[in-house]
Design a protein around this ligand. Structure first.
Ligand SMILES: [Zn+2]
Length: 298
């Protein structure tokens, strides 16, 4: 007989920072083997949590929620943690592998929400008459063709956190400036320099402190997997990417040129020459049956 397990992570709500914190607490209470910590804080001083599963020698990093309107990747990672944890505690198999075996082989670090400030804007968690909300609105007024708040990807300062990494940052700057993103914006502003934003710096420093063999950056959307930066070819990266593609049905492909620089994955590959992936999860639905998916992917 199956044990009766209550679901902790909801997949049918706008996934705010408050829900994230509550879910992490409850997961930790339910699955004592999870280790929880913080990589640093956001502009508005929210702690950016990480969750560690497993105690193996091999270290792996997943992160999501770096682009505010892609917060569904936070839900995705939290649900994955819940499913993996349940499989470990019930001694079950997950995706064909004994969960306990994975637990002993790998130390998996998951940072489900790199951009909690931006996500609170897009998930409707802010009072409309608050100064914080008005500040976002002020920035967005200069970009009338980007819908507000749904089109917001940046952090509170209007910097795109996935254009902050020291991997051909100047080229990212050249491209985005030529597109008109020369100042704080809902998306695509690279900042004044690399790593000026606390969220990007926290992710950078956390990575330097570890010895990650592989990283996955979760974004939306398009059902695509990116694995390259310039002409780097980290050993095994292509094979692993092909495996991911086969398993998921996603397409292993090239990054569009204008998005090829200054992302976390780009820096990870450049700095370590190890497999680093961006996964563009899911696809926009034409119907409005699923509110969450149809409204918020971009
Ligand atoms: Zn993204």
């Amino acid at each position: 007989m199956k044990e009766n397990v209550t679901e902790i992570v909801p997949t049918n709500v706008s996934y705010s920072y408050r829900i994230l914190k509550e879910n992490i607490k409850e997961l930790k209470n339910t699955y004592a083997f999870l280790k929880v910590g913080s990589i640093g804080h956001s502009v508005l001083k929210k702690k950016i949590p990480y969750i560690k599963i497993g105690n193996g020698k091999k270290e792996v990093l997943y992160h999501g929620g770096i682009h505010a309107n892609e917060w569904i990747t936070s839900t995705l990672l939290m649900k994955f943690i819940e499913n993996f944890s349940r499989a470990i505690s019930l001694n079950e198999v997950i995706y064909g592998k004994p969960a306990k075996h994975l637990f002993s082989m790998v130390s998996l670090y998951v940072i489900p929400m790199v951009n909690p400030d931006g996500i609170d804007l897009v998930t409707g968690s802010l009072e409309k008459n608050s100064n914080i909300y008005k500040n976002y609105l002020e920035i967005s007024k200069k970009y009338k063709n980007i819908s507000f708040p749904d089109g917001w990807k940046a952090n509170f300062n209007g910097v795109d956190l996935n254009l902050q990494f020291p991997a051909k940052w100047e080229e990212a700057k050249r491209i985005k400036f030529s597109q008109g993103f020369t100042n704080p914006a809902p998306r695509d502003f690279v900042g004044k320099e690399p790593l000026t934003e606390p969220e990007a710096l926290a992710l950078y420093n956390f990575t330097l402190k570890h010895n990650f063999n592989l990283s996955i950056s979760y974004h939306t959307q398009g059902k695509e997997i990116y694995w390259q930066f310039l002409d780097y070819e980290p050993p095994k990266a292509k094979e692993i990417g092909e495996e991911f593609a086969k398993f998921s049905g996603y397409k292993l492909t090239k990054v569009p040129y204008n998005s090829s620089f200054a992302g976390y994955k780009d820096w990870f590959i450049q700095n370590y020459n190890k497999p680093g992936f961006t996964i563009e999860a899911g696809i926009r639905r034409k119907s409005t049956i699923n509110f969450t998916v149809s409204r918020n992917l971009s």
